[in-house]
Design a protein. Structure first.
Length: 637
């Protein structure tokens, strides 16, 4: 696990600012404080900050082959490197280290850029082939490890985080207006856009080949190739039982492969199905030696201590609990403002950072359960899709007269699962296009609110709401689904998981120099899950149907069938109380008027309604607050 960066002249001419590689690397020191390395040619500079996990003694980077004409820096871990190493040795390759990175180099010598298809892991790779004059950049299939880039006519600059690129002369901080609209709708920045107009991110499962002055970007793996085709016969009871057994095997394989390490590791345990499953498998493989970590909130509806404690006791883990008091959460928020070089609307980044910092005192590697909800159907919005099928069969006058009036009487709540907020969103948008409806339910500002938020002077002649669904089209291009639910799951895997959840996990953990591994994102498990029918993921109104059937053998039933909660944060009440002075200061009228992006009167109206308790604007206000907090630190230059 590391941070990488580089500068490359597209015409193989001497670099204009090659000396800036040191400043670029210094900006990502937190990603790899154990050692640093650098490789330089007149036209190329590569640098790495290493967090040593595998081959502590000889695995420092950059790494080169025997002849010195293929050189690599990479961020991540290759879990099957030992299996790949054996045939390479048989083919006459000579290794200087026991590292996974050196395997990539020799595999590239054998297969060229197609070597990426053989890697099981999480990675962002920069490889220079001096023989071909080729620079290869690549990201792992799910997008666990980030890679941003900037270019002009002569130079390509890249790095693990945006802050690395900002150390290079000429990289503009102009905000991308289309990306800004995406952020306030989705809560994140769908690839390939970033918050900055001139900086892009390489999408997951993509590679960039730079050769002869040309840049080509293509996908080396596509999840849509594994989707269950429409019209396939339903799964029989016997086939379902077989799938349960196959899933159990694949889960074990995925978790076991991610235990390869030369340093201590552990697991983040919420007490939900996903993290508890990982604990169960780890405990089976290493009884009594599992370190588990949980975070508890003082607010009762957000506290999952009883569940995490139940699992920890059941599997005899060495359990560590962090009590997240409000002053500590505020302190973590301010520290994160220095790390988050892109706005992050997901409030769970705060406890993720806190538990990462806490766990780093004991371990260097932690496993977590990201990816399960998108692959196996874990979000309440998927039940909303099922409910919409029944709702839309009602006569239009019933929907309009009865349910339309019902919205006015739904309660405002500050709890972790605000049923009134969910139901209000459902009733308002149930009749829209399914994919669009799903993202409005899941999103931050709805289309009407978005048009009121973004200032007309900033938005231009086009309403912001007219372009919010543009990121969906390239994701859906060429994909065919057996049913509507499968389309939603696929979109969440390609958008929400990649550009929100995995960004959150990477930034929060790497800010603490902690490596995070996600067994559910083993590509073999992804391919299996994509081929399942939607009816095995959400059965009527039962979420994660097949996954829960599978893990019943390992977990207590009160864990398997508990209500879905997620890593929630009590921001609604927090903003009305302890955080209110900071929110008021950050969203002050004079600050908002300086950049002119928002309609100030609309923002103040949201604040007043939330503070008075007349409405629950937790999502919209937090999204605004985190943007302005980011802008004050990173957007001004």
């Amino acid at each position: 696990m590391c941070g990488i960066c580089g500068i490359f002249n597209l015409q193989l001419q001497p670099l204009a600012h090659g000396e800036r590689i040191d400043a670029m690397a210094a900006n990502i020191l937190h990603r790899g404080p154990d050692s640093g390395g650098k490789f330089q040619l007149p036209h190329l500079a590569l640098a790495i900050q290493r967090l040593s996990i595998i081959d502590l003694e000889t695995g420092n980077q950059p790494l080169s082959n025997e002849a010195g004409d293929v050189t690599l820096v990479f961020n991540g871990e290759i879990y099957n490197y030992r299996e790949l190493r054996e045939p390479l040795l048989e083919h006459g390759h000579h290794f200087k280290t026991q590292s996974d990175g050196e395997v990539i180099i020799h595999l590239y010598e054998e297969l060229g850029p197609d070597c990426l298809c053989e890697l099981n892991g999480m990675f962002a790779i920069a490889l220079w082939d001096n023989r071909a004059g080729r620079l290869l950049l690549a990201r792992d299939r799910a997008g666990e490890k980030p890679l941003y880039y900037w270019r002009d006519e002569e130079t390509l600059v890249f790095g693990s985080e945006i802050k690395s690129l900002l150390a290079y002369p000429g990289v503009s901080r102009e905000i991308d207006s289309a990306a800004l609209t995406d952020y306030f709708f989705y809560g994140h920045f769908p690839a390939p856009r970033s918050v900055f107009a001139e900086i892009r991110k390489l999408p997951a499962a993509h590679r960039m080949m730079v050769e002869d002055g040309k840049i080509e970007v293509d996908a080396y793996w596509r999840p849509q190739d594994y989707l269950r085709p429409p019209g396939k016969p339903p799964v029989t009871p016997r086939e379902e039982r077989e799938l349960v057994e196959e899933l159990a095997v694949r889960l074990r394989q995925a978790a076991e492969s991610r235990l390869v390490s030369d340093v201590p590791l552990g697991v983040f345990l919420s007490g939900g199905v996903d993290s508890s499953t990982i604990v169960a498998i780890m405990s089976e493989l290493s009884p009594g030696n599992v370190n588990s970590f949980s975070v508890n909130f003082p607010e009762k509806t957000f506290n999952e201590e009883s569940y995490s404690t139940l699992v920890a006791r059941r599997f005899h883990t060495q359990h560590h609990v962090l009590n997240a008091e409000k002053p500590a959460m505020l302190e973590a928020l301010m520290k994160l403002a220095d790390h988050l070089d892109e706005p992050m609307a997901d409030p769970a980044v705060i406890p993720t950072y806190m538990i990462s910092r806490f766990a780093r005192e004991h371990i260097k590697v932690a496993l977590s359960g990201e990816g399960s909800d998108e692959l196996f159907g874990g979000y309440p919005t998927y039940m909303g899709a099922r409910l919409a099928e029944y709702y839309l069969k009602l006569p239009a006058w019933v929907r309009r007269q009865i349910f339309g009036r019902l919205q006015r009487f739904l309660p405002v709540s500050s709890t972790a699962v605000p049923k009134g907020l969910f139901l209000r969103r459902f009733l308002t948008h149930a009749e829209k296009n399914p994919a669009e409806r799903h993202h409005i339910w899941f999103g931050m500002f709805n289309p009407t609110e978005l048009d009121q938020l973004i200032s007309p002077d900033w938005a231009g002649p086009q309403l912001p709401s007219s372009r919010i669904f543009a990121p969906l089209a390239p994701v859906l291009d060429g994909a065919r689904f057996d049913e509507m639910l499968s389309e939603m799951l696929y979109l969440d895997f390609c958008l929400y998981l990649q550009d929100d959840l995995l960004v959150k996990v990477d930034r929060a953990s790497m800010a603490c120099s902690l490596e995070m591994r996600t067994p559910f994102l083993d590509h073999r498990l992804i391919e299996f899950a994509e081929g399942l029918p939607g009816s095995l993921k959400v059965r009527r109104f039962k979420l994660k149907y097949l996954l829960k059937r599978t893990v019943e053998r390992w977990l207590p039933k009160e864990i398997v069938y508990r209500q879905k909660r997620g890593f929630s944060v009590p921001i609604a009440s927090w903003m009305r109380n302890e955080l209110r002075p900071l929110v008021d200061e950050t969203l002050a009228e004079d600050k908002l008027k300086q950049h002119g992006m928002f309609t100030v009167s609309f923002v103040r109206g949201l604040l007043n309604e939330h503070w008075s308790g007349k409405a629950d604007h937790r999502k919209t206000l937090w999204t605004l607050f985190m943007f302005q907090l980011w802008y004050d630190r990173w957007g001004k230059g």
